[in-house]
Each structure stands twice: as structure tokens, then as C-alpha cells.
Design a protein around this ligand. Structure first.
Ligand code: 2HA
Ligand code: ZN
Length: 270
């Protein structure tokens, strides 16, 4: 079987296109990487040949030998479905963790996203606390970005605001959302700052830019982004209805919600 027919490529096409349609990934905005195990890749006939090798720019020893299906740098999410062989690549991290081999895709000489170091650093942190972790998804959700202009850039404040916009929020991200200061994208510094937060949060907000989200599958990670952005969208709609909040979900109601759904909210946030 050819790798392009795999469920991994199909799902990657689906989520990138949907994310484009929701205005979360205009032009070449956004990037996704999904860890695949060697066992899952058994039987694909076209991924054994190394097409090119590249330096990573940092040492990813913990990820040595792992495979990642990743979107390409400069590629447009609206196109991935039409040309997955150009816009996606399957890479294997070298045994010394210093480089990667492209074993499928990027057929016109493409490379992984400019945020690939940030993705890998985040994968390392998530895998330390959750061996089932697989996906890092970066995108630009409109209403969430807007919140970073109108709200204090404070993790507790932002998390509680998102929790109180709908009952679903606390259940889906009981640890809240992490936040880093505004930083230049594509740099090692933003990668390191994001990864540090990923030790505590499954999603990290980049002020005036977007979101870094993680999860055990593409569906779960995309779902997390949907719920966070929906909460931010409700806040925007409250603004459109005049902005005055007459009642909301109380702290006690949040505690009851947590008990009912057996999740543990972050202690210092609730
Ligand atoms: O891939 O979104 O943050 C383009 C970006 C960089
Ligand atoms: Zn971005």
C-alpha cells in the first residue's frame, strides 16, 4: 500500500483544510506534526528510501528514531488536500537526534515547517508526561488572538474567562491554557518557551499570533482548538451584544462540573 492512501495522510488533509476554512490558517499560516510509530508504518512500500537529510539545529535525543508526518514550510493549508505529496512530508529523526531524513513527501524539495524545532521541543515535553501524546497543531484562531489584545496577558485570568464561556471548556482543558509573552515566531527562544509551558498545559497561547495545541490524535487536538476558539468566539459575541455580562458560570458551578466529569481543574486557577 502507498503511504498517500494511509489514514494518517487523509486525516492530515482533512484537518488542515478545515482549519483553513475556519480562517485559522490563512496563506501559509499554521503547521501540524503527528508522531507515528514504526509499527504503524509497517506495510507501506514507499517510505523506506531516504530522499534527503537535514540538520535539526538542536539535539532531539529523546525523539531519536521517531517518525513525524509534518506540514511543509511556506505551504498553504488550503492546498494540502490537492497536493499532499508536495505539502506534507514524513521524516525520521536520526539516531543521534541531530538531523532528520525525509522518507516520503516534500516531492518538490520542501522542508518541514519553520516551527519544526518548536514542535519537536513541545513533543519532548508532552511525551515526558504522556506516552500516548502524538500531535502538535499550531494555528491562528481569530477570536482567541483578539482576546490577547483586550485581556490582561495572565494565564489564570485567560483560563478562567474561557472556562466561564461554556460548560464544555473546563471538561476539555481542566488545566487551563498556558501563555507565553509575545515573541518572534520561528525562533529557538519561542520554541523553548512554548515547550516549557507544554509541561503544564496541553495548549499554549501565543499573544497576537495564535495557539500551540497538543493531543493524542489529530481529532483530539483539533477538538481542543475548536473548544478553546468557541469559548473565545462566545466572548466576542457577548461584545457584539453590548458586552455586559449579567450572569455567568460561577466558581462553584465549575467545581460541580469538574466533579461530575471527573477532571481536576488547575488548583491555583479555581
Ligand atoms: O507556518 O504560522 O508561526 C507559519 C506560521 C508561523
Ligand atoms: Zn503562526
Amino acid at each position: 500500500m502507498k503511504f498517500i492512501e494511509s489514514s494518517f495522510v487523509k486525516k492530515m488533509c482533512e484537518v488542515t483544510y478545515e482549519s483553513y476554512l475556519r480562517y485559522w490558517d490563512e496563506r501559509n499560516g499554521g503547521n501540524v506534526s503527528c508522531r507515528l510509530s514504526a509499527e504503524e508504518l509497517v506495510g507501506y512500500e514507499d517510505i523506506s528510501e531516504v530522499r534527503s537529510s537535514h540538520e535539526l539545529g538542536f539535539k532531539a535525543s529523546n525523539l531519536a528514531g521517531q517518525y513525524y508526518l509534518v506540514t511543509g514550510t511556506g505551504r498553504y493549508f488550503r492546498n494540502v488536500t490537492k497536493q499532499p505529496l508536495l505539502d506534507l512530508g514524513l521524516v525520521r529523526i536520526s539516531n543521534d537526534g541531530l538531523s532528520y531524513d525525509v522518507v516520503w513527501g516534500f516531492e518538490d524539495g520542501g522542508r518541514p515547517t519553520s516551527e519544526f524545532p518548536s514542535h519537536l521541543m513541545s513533543h519532548i515535553e508532552r511525551l515526558k508526561i504522556n506516552p500516548a501524546h502524538r500531535v502538535i497543531f499550531h494555528c491562528h484562531p481569530t477570536n482567541l488572538i483578539a482576546l490577547t489584545f483586550t485581556q490582561d496577558l495572565d494565564e489564570r485570568h485567560l483560563s478562567r474567562l474561557l472556562w466561564k464561556m461554556q460548560a464544555e471548556s473546563l471538561v476539555v482543558f481542566p488545566e487551563g491554557v498556558g501563555l507565553i509573552p509575545y515573541m518572534t515566531p520561528g525562533t529557538t527562544e519561542i520554541g523553548e518557551a512554548t515547550a516549557r509551558k507544554m509541561g503544564d498545559f496541553s495548549a499554549v497561547v501565543w499573544p497576537h499570533h495564535g495557539l500551540f495545541a497538543s493531543g493524542n490524535s489529530l481529532d483530539e487536538t483539533y477538538g481542543l482548538i475548536e473548544v478553546i476558539e468557541k469559548a473565545a468566539m462566545i466572548y466576542s459575541q457577548i461584545g457584539a451584544q453590548g458586552g455586559r455580562i449579567k450572569q455567568d458560570i460561577s466558581d462553584n458551578q465549575l467545581r460541580e462540573l469538574a466533579a461530575r466529569f471527573k477532571v481536576t481543574p488547575r488548583k491555583d486557577f479555581l
